[in-house]
Design a protein around this ligand. Structure first.
Ligand SMILES: NC(=O)c1ccc[n+]([C@@H]2O[C@H](COP(=O)([O-])OP(=O)(O)OC[C@H]3O[C@@H](n4cnc5c(N)ncnc54)[C@H](OP(=O)(O)O)[C@@H]3O)[C@@H](O)[C@H]2O)c1
Length: 231
């Protein structure tokens, strides 16, 4: 396999395993202390990747929020926030999304061939659009990120993206935060969808750490032999 970045999947879920509610509003699963932890993981990353549905639905900024962490990145000769990365088949991305309009960091859009030229025109001056083939294979995406100098990648969802990273065995760590409530609506998105996961009843993942953070709990799993053990 081509070289790929050290990859951390980061996700918050409800007690019944949902990523979100089935309503238009963004569901808050985390708490302030956990958001500070996530911010520190972001600050240690070279790039943050989310699926295009998350860009559209959550409209995340994907920036390092804490001034001291941004200053520390500058001291290390880095930009204040990591490169932002998304993946799309449809090319339905809007110039006004916070993904594109906030922060000075590079923005990369891996786009299926059928939409690439249209998306490149639509996002001129805002993002680098990479024609990632048809269909887009995330193994190629992470290989290309490595070639661009990304050595540490944070993946912040959503479910279809997490499913592919896990079933393609492209993740080194999973940071799963469990919030203390139920969503209870089968129309909502689950953490992952259907797939052949490398971890199953006869091949259990290694639970490396549990940490209570206020009213949520972080479950940290080592998913590869590259697991670094510190965070
Ligand atoms: N709780 C959390 O930590 C958390 C974090 C992030 C998101 N979320 C939630 O998760 C939900 C979104 O999750 P989701 O599973 O619907 O979507 P997602 O994983 O964010 O994005 C899926 C989209 O990404 C693009 N994509 C993914 N794989 C691709 C591939 N191999 N080739 C081409 N394009 C690809 C496609 O975009 P196109 O449709 O443009 O083709 C696809 O529809 C939202 O409700 C959000 O609030 C929760």
């Amino acid at each position: 396999m081509a070289e790929r970045p050290y990859t951390i999947l980061s996700c918050g879920i409800s007690l019944d395993g949902y990523l979100d509610a089935a309503t238009p509003e963004r569901l808050v699963l985390s708490n302030e202390a956990d958001l500070r932890r996530v911010d520190a993981v972001r600050a240690e990353s070279d790039a943050i990747l989310v699926g295009a549905a998350t860009v559209r639905h959550d409209n995340p900024r994907l920036l390092v929020r804490t001034a001291a962490l941004r200053a520390e990145r500058r001291r290390r000769g880095l930009g204040e926030s990591p490169t932002k990365v998304t993946v799309t088949e449809s090319g339905c991305l809007h110039r006004n999304n916070n993904f594109f309009t906030t922060g000075e960091s590079e923005k990369l859009v891996y786009c299926a061939s059928r939409s690439a030229s249209r998306v490149r025109s639509a996002l001129t001056g805002l993002a680098t659009v990479v024609d990632a083939g048809q269909p887009v294979d995330l193994t190629d995406v992470v290989g290309d990120l490595f070639a661009r100098g990304v050595r540490r990648l944070m993946v912040e969802g959503g479910g279809r993206i997490h499913t592919q990273f896990l079933t393609s065995d492209l993740a080194d760590e999973l940071h799963l935060v469990v919030a203390p409530f139920f969503v209870g609506d089968a129309r909502a998105h689950r953490f992952v969808g259907t797939g052949a996961f490398p971890w199953n009843p006869s091949h259990r993942a290694h639970l490396a750490e549990t940490r209570q953070i206020g009213d949520v709990v972080l479950l940290r799993y080592a998913l590869s032999s590259r697991f670094a053990g510190v965070s």
